[in-house]
Design a binder for this molecule. Structure first.
Ligand code: EPZ
Length: 440
């Protein structure tokens, strides 16, 4: 992706009715879960984003037969011939979610060889919660160079307490427990919508899983899991970016497939800013009509149903032009404010103190050359580029492509002047350069 970039130009209010893709953070783990079965499963509403393509590569490297109709967003995976338990470093390096095959491989082969995960740069993103609890259920873990070698004589059912409601650790342990004789409980479990979608899939496969208050997942092991058909849950994070695109440009958008029950606190914050939100029957469908004078709001990110860390960056773009001071605290990842520096290049007034950002709204942002540092930072910079004076060039588009399927096309359909381009972007005049050169 060396010389690819996104070019966004200041435009008018965005309008439209837009469809939503399936959730990346559901489909990746659901694809990994198919290793628990033997036979052909069909997944629908699968986004054709590069992370999905990476997970397809991973499944094929294990021996699965995979066909993906990217136009229809339908994925067929035959796991009958899966006969490998080693995940190569180059596959792991591309996507941290590859760690999610550990649980299924332990069930199928009682062992796995996994290179240490790669993925975004948002903090060290260790896997200690995964490993310490795998050890508790009978897994021996050895580090050999860049590889984690794990094996077990017999997985055993245990009561597990997570230090933190980690999405990945919850998912990995739940998949490992699905065929373990006895009852495994995961206390302080993550219950994000994407985790719930995985639970739906595992139950379709034949797993016996209950969710108990306040945040306990109880798994009763079964002897076998069968292939399934499943429509992946819609992506609340793509919905969030599209709602923010209408909000930041003073427009309106209707998302008939959006699950408002997956976005409660995010929608509340948009309403507190003054935007008009209409939610459809049984919380299906969301429409936003933007206010022309958005007010500052503050929030801190937290595990679901708290404010989603994956919407923190794009929401900050909107706060940059809200009236007043907003305070954002990132509590989930220790290094997920790298987009602040890039937004400041566009004229945003943001003060950083550790995990807290104080944003003082400004009347205008200015186009600049900016770099996306992770998937969600890329959507923040695109949103800012839609309202910043002049042009904005965003590099690091591999992050944008990892997390969203042709989102720039959806924004164009709403009236945005945005284009994915290839070539030398250095010559492109952004507002900042124009004003710099004219002042020289
Ligand atoms: C999932 O990552 C999502 N990714 C992330 O989305 C999302 O931001 C995150 O959950 C939180 O909602 C996928 O589902 C593929 P965690 P995950 O384990 O499972 C620390 C995106 O942009 N931690 O809940 O990796 C960790 O460092 C991505 O789509 C440990 O310390 O998140 C983080 O600070 C980004 N040790 C916090 O817990 C561990 O063993 C939450 O991590 C595991 C995690």
């Amino acid at each position: 992706m060396a010389d690819w970039y996104l070019l966004a130009k200041q435009g008018g209010p965005l309008q439209g009715e837009i469809s939503l893709g399936g959730a990346k953070n559901a489909v990746l783990v659901i694809m990994a879960s198919l290793v628990l079965t033997r036979g052909t499963s069909r997944l629908k509403n699968v986004p054709a984003s590069s992370d999905v393509l990476h997970m397809i590569d991973l499944l094929r490297s294990l021996g699965a037969h995979v066909s993906f109709d990217a136009k229809q967003n339908v994925l067929d995976v035959d796991t009958t011939f899966v006969n490998k338990w080693r995940v190569s470093p180059d596959i792991m390096r591309k996507m941290r979610a590859s760690i999610l095959v550990m649980g299924p491989l332990l069930v199928r082969f009682s062992k796995a060889e996994i290179a240490l995960p790669g993925g975004c740069v948002i903090g060290s993103r260790p896997i200690d919660y995964h490993l310490k609890n795998f050890a508790k259920i009978g897994v021996t873990i050895a580090e050999r160079g860049a590889y984690l070698n794990v094996h077990t004589k017999q997985l055993c059912a245990r009561e597990l307490v997570l230090d933190y409601p980690s999405v990945g650790a919850t998912e990995n342990l739940m998949m490992a427990a699905a065929c373990t004789p006895g009852i495994t409980t995961i206390i302080n479990a993550a219950l994000e919508p994407e985790v719930l979608d995985l639970i739906e899939v595992l139950k379709k496969m034949g797993a016996a899983i209950r969710i108990l208050p306040p945040a306990v997942i109880e798994i009763t092991g079964v002897s076998e899991l069968r292939p399934i058909e499943h429509d992946v849950v819609v992506d609340r994070l793509e919905a969030g970016v599209l709602l923010l695109a209408a909000a930041i440009t003073g427009g309106s958008v209707s998302l008939p497939a959006a699950r408002a029950d997956h976005l409660d606190l995010f929608l509340l914050k948009l309403e507190e800013m003054g935007h008009k939100i209409i939610v459809g029957d049984n919380k299906r469908g969301v429409t936003l009509a933007a206010t022309d004078a958005p007010k500052a709001v503050s929030f801190k990110t937290a595990p679901y149903p708290g404010f989603p860390t994956d919407l923190q960056a794009p929401m900050m773009a909107l706060q940059c032009i809200a009236q007043g001071k907003s305070v954002v605290e990132e509590t989930v990842f220790e290094n997920r404010l790298l987009h602040v520096r890039e937004l400041q290049k566009m004229g945003a007034q943001i003060d950083l103190h550790g995990h807290q950002a104080t944003i003082t709204g400004v009347d205008e942002l200015y186009g600049a050359q900016v770099i996306a540092t992770d998937i969600r930072a890329s959507s923040a910079l695109v949103l800012a580029g839609l309202v910043a004076k002049g042009s904005t060039v965003m590099t690091g588009v591999q992050h944008w492509l990892r997390g969203y399927e042709r989102l720039e096309h959806k924004l164009s359909r709403m009236g945005a002047d945005i284009e994915l381009r290839q070539g030398d972007w250095r010559h492109i005049k952004t507002y900042q350069q124009d004003s710099l050169s004219s002042s020289l």
